[in-house]
Design a protein around this ligand. Sequence first.
Ligand code: F6R
Length: 235
Amino acid sequence: MPDAETAAAAVARQIAETVAARPDAILGLATGGTMEPVYAHLVRAHCEGLSFAHVRTVNLDEYVGLPPDHPNSYHSYMARHFLDHVDIPREHSLIPRGDREPEAAAREYAALLERLGPVDLQLLGVGHNGHIAFNEPGTPVDAPTRAVRLSPETRRANLRFFAGGETVPAEAVTMGTAQIMSARSLLALAVGDAKARALATALDGVIGPDCPASYLRLHPACTIIADRAACSDLY
Ligand code: F6R
């Protein structure tokens, strides 16, 4: 795609088409800077008539130590960018809890995901270091939903969202790679030259734990959408 805006619009279109075709779809959602314009497009689609009333959503991750109403929690992010602006009933949206004992929160989230059944379309961003959700380098393809420590690189990359003086939490609860790979289809978005190295490693490098995004190549129904800048290291 020529630029980030076109790439985000293409991702939003694919999600909107999924919901139009299957109004009770289960969508896996992601957060982060990359996804903000995607949600803006989906909110616009909703204003133009697309209903999310029967959709169910599951999020990838949440910071440990942030209550849902903290401005940097992914609960707040989702409310601000998407959930508060569409007709999705609140009880249809699952996000891991960051304000509980982390292992217990991860177990509880894994059980909720199990009960819900397969995700129809899982949206994914790619971390600067090749992480997907908060499955950092070193994660095997079959890792469960669990509490994790964030790498220094990830914490540094996410510092831009936190107000001066605040630190990025050191831990998170994340959907595991096993759960991500069990989705019926995956839709990944990478934009900007800061993602070029990760995307090149994911697509051209060895498939393995050094770059969890490389696991996308193992999925039978994965679409990766990227802008020109993110593709700049591809052969
Ligand atoms: C967010 C998530 C992360 C982000 C990734 C990219 O729920 O799971 O994997 O997708 O860190 O973040 P941005 O888009 O801020 O560069």
